[in-house]
Ligand binder design. Structure first.
Ligand SMILES: Nc1nc2c(ncn2[C@@H]2O[C@H](COP(=O)(O)OP(=O)(O)OP(=O)(O)O)[C@@H](O)[C@H]2O)c(=O)[nH]1
Ligand SMILES: [Mg+2]
Length: 175
């Protein structure tokens, strides 16, 4: 199971829509995920499907009920909102300490890069204490800069999702 988490309104749903291949235009509309949102994404060659479970940012208190059999975590942070980053970092740290997620791989997505300055990305990583964090936890953390609006980083995220081990366990789509 692959799970997508992150603070409220950090950009999870829009990013997953982009990953699914939805057309995102200026008139796009997203509603807060008050519960769970299941999104099926395809590998680059379209031969494999993967279901990603987004748990809304308003559901933080019950995130932990969704950790069984999770082997990948997409953790989305709004890089354009430095005020939210510290709180997002604390949440990330609590996930990394979660016993059920010790074997999981993490993708830390700095999204809304279309609204962020290059410097904000560096500040975001500093505020998250990422270098220190990487030394303290056992999980592998891959950082990807992205935008659910422009599609930046989406292919990189797809490659991370469909690595050879995941492909071996993924189901073939029905023809
Ligand atoms: N400019 C810009 N806006 C974005 C981006 N991603 C999301 N947004 C906007 O940010 C707001 C929240 O986006 P969502 O995708 O609903 O955020 P979420 O993390 O799913 O929120 P919850 O489900 O409530 O936890 C919406 O108004 C989106 O249009 C992005 O990459 N760039
Ligand atoms: Mg959402």
């Amino acid at each position: 199971m692959c799970i997508c988490l992150g603070p409220l309104k950090s950009g999870k749903t829009l990013l997953l829509r982009n990953l699914r291949g939805d057309l995102i235009d200026d008139a796009h509309y997203v509603v807060p995920t008050n519960g769970i949102n299941l999104v099926t994404v395809k590998s680059a060659d379209k031969h494999f499907d993967l279901v990603i479970r987004e748990v809304g940012g308003s559901m933080v208190p019950i995130w932990k009920h969704h950790f069984d059999r999770v082997y990948k975590v997409i953790y989305v942070i709004d890089a354009s909102n430095l005020c939210q980053i510290s709180a997002g970092g604390v949440l990330l740290y609590s996930l990394l300490l979660e016993p059920k997620l010790q074997q999981a791989r993490f993708a830390l997505i700095l999204t809304k890069m279309d609204q962020s300055y290059r410097q904000m990305r560096n500040e975001a990583l500093l505020m998250l204490h990422l270098q220190r964090l990487k030394k303290e936890v056992r999980q592998e953390i891959t950082v990807i800069e992205a935008s659910g609006l422009t599609g930046q980083g989406v292919n990189e995220l797809r490659e991370w999702l469909f690595d050879p081990i995941t492909l071996a366990n993924a189901s073939r789509p029905k023809l």
